[in-house]
Design a protein around this ligand. Sequence first.
Ligand code: URA
Length: 235
Amino acid sequence: MRLDKFICKSTELTRTEAKKSLKRGKLKVNGEVITNAATQVHENNHITLNGQELQARSSRYIMMHKPLDTICSNVDEVHPSLLNFVDVDKAFDLHIAGRLDVDTTGLVLITDDGRWSHNIISPKKQCNKIYRVWLRDPVEQSIIQEFKDGVQLQGENSLTKPAELVIVETDNNDYREVLLTITEGKYHQVKRMFAAVRNRVVGLHREQIGEIKLGENLAPGEWRYLTKDEVESIN
Ligand code: URA
C-alpha cells in the first residue's frame, strides 16, 4: 500500500498530517528516510516514525443495512453518506465494496482492504449478488430465460452475464416480487435489466453478496463486524 496510507493505518494521523511528517523527513523505511507519500510499502517492511516502529492496524470488515436516502460515497451530498452511521475510528478511510443507489436498501460491505473488495467488485471474480426486487408489472415466465441468456442494456456493447430470476410466491401471487442473482455490478444494473424487458423496478433490496447474508436482526442503519468465516468466504 502507499506509504501515507500505511501511516494513517498505524497512527492517529490524518492523510495530510502523514504527508507533512514525510516532508519533514521523519519517516524511515528499512532505515532509509523516505519523503515520497506514494512509495509502495509492505507490512513486512521496518517502518519508523520519529524512531518509533509502526504496526498497521489489521483491516476492518463491516456489514451494514443501508437505509433509504443514504448514499454509498465517502462524502455527503444531497443525502448523507452511510459512513456517518459507522461509529468507528476514521470511518471515512473505509470504502464501500459495491455501491447501492440512494433508493436501494439492504446489504452493504465496508472495508479498508482493497484487495478483498476487488474480489467482490471485479466482474472476473463472478461474485453473486442477490436482490429482492419489487416490480410495477407482473413478470412473465419468459423473462427467466431472457435473463439467463443475457439482455441488452442501453449503451452497453455486450449482453448482461447469465442471471438467475426466481419469482417469489406471495399471498396474492401477483408475480411482482422476484429474487435476482447477478454477478456483475454495472451502473443501475438491476433497474436497467427490467427496463430492457419493459418493466420497472419500484423497490430494490440487496440480501446477499457471495455467501454473506444480511443479518436478520440488523435494522436499517445498523452494522456489525463480519465474522472470520464471512471475511474468508470472499476470495
Ligand atoms: N442495481 C440497481 O439498479 N441499483 C442498485 O442499487 C443496485 C443494483
